[in-house]
Ligand binder design. Sequence first.
Ligand SMILES: C[S@@+](CC[C@H](N)C(=O)[O-])C[C@H]1O[C@@H](n2cnc3c(N)ncnc32)[C@H](O)[C@@H]1O
Length: 304
Amino acid sequence: MANFLGLRFHTQFPLTCFVAGSASSSAIAANLVKNWNRRVKGPRRMLLGFGAASFLSQFVGVSGGKSFIASARITGGPSVDEILKNVEWPEQFPFKEEDFLRYDESPDTMFYESPRFVTHIDDPAIAALTKYYSKVFPPSNSPGVSILDMCSSWVSHFPPGYSQERVVGLGLNEEELKRNPVLTEYIVQDLNVNPRLPFEDNSFDIITNVVSVDYITKPLDVFKEMSRILKPGGLAIMSFSNRCFWTKAISIWTSTGDADHVMIVGSYFHYAGGFEPPQAVDISPNPGRSDPMYIVYSRKVSTA
Ligand SMILES: C[S@@+](CC[C@H](N)C(=O)[O-])C[C@H]1O[C@@H](n2cnc3c(N)ncnc32)[C@H](O)[C@@H]1O
């Protein structure tokens, strides 16, 4: 499938990926194509390092030898809840630097300069996430509880009226963060420039990240930081759908499907260290009729 620029590298894109405005003007796009072509040679699939199929088929009990690569939605094979069970992770992090390149490598601060007071997934998917949070979050107003919403905006999708002593939002657009009613404080920081989280060790009970883990270009650095700032037993919840600003998502994400995304995020927890084995859950509210919603989560090990 060629895109509007005639490129053929993203034949596996989830069809629902949407194109964000600022990077799609033809002048910018022409430059991007030039840069991208310089960086990426050969079929995109090979950027997984091993070749995508062999990467995934290494995981026992996951795919039964069948690659998920061509599937934008999970329609066959093991359920999402099974994907991270019995994984035999390779000794080394299997991704390469080029897997974390983006089509648009201009500063993220530029892309997020203007506020977007929109939602990025449909209402049923948001409702499913909020319901999930209401099951796993500590009760509202629990003394001493702190939550960090990474890649936050004007909404965090927490249960209505939910509050805690400290709820920090970290994102790139100040106007959006200012408007988020659940936050008690916010920080504007580009995690792709500075992945260090500006918080003390063992200070958060929960870290959330909604539909944005695919924009992180130094995931191991960020996940190590997450492990550092979580309290022992603290919970990190990464949620995602099949939509993205594809020019800003890492190439390993835009060239693979939903099941691979579960595996990719699981690998971040695994290789960052300090976390219990990651688990996945499919909370898609209405499979095939609304946006899917997947969660990959893990707790910081209690002894770390
Ligand atoms: C698709 S929006 C999702 C916003 C929000 N989590 C939600 O559910 O509506 C992506 C968010 O990721 C944040 N983001 C993207 N790149 C980032 C980066 N390099 N560092 C920090 N935040 C980033 C942006 O500020 C933006 O709010």
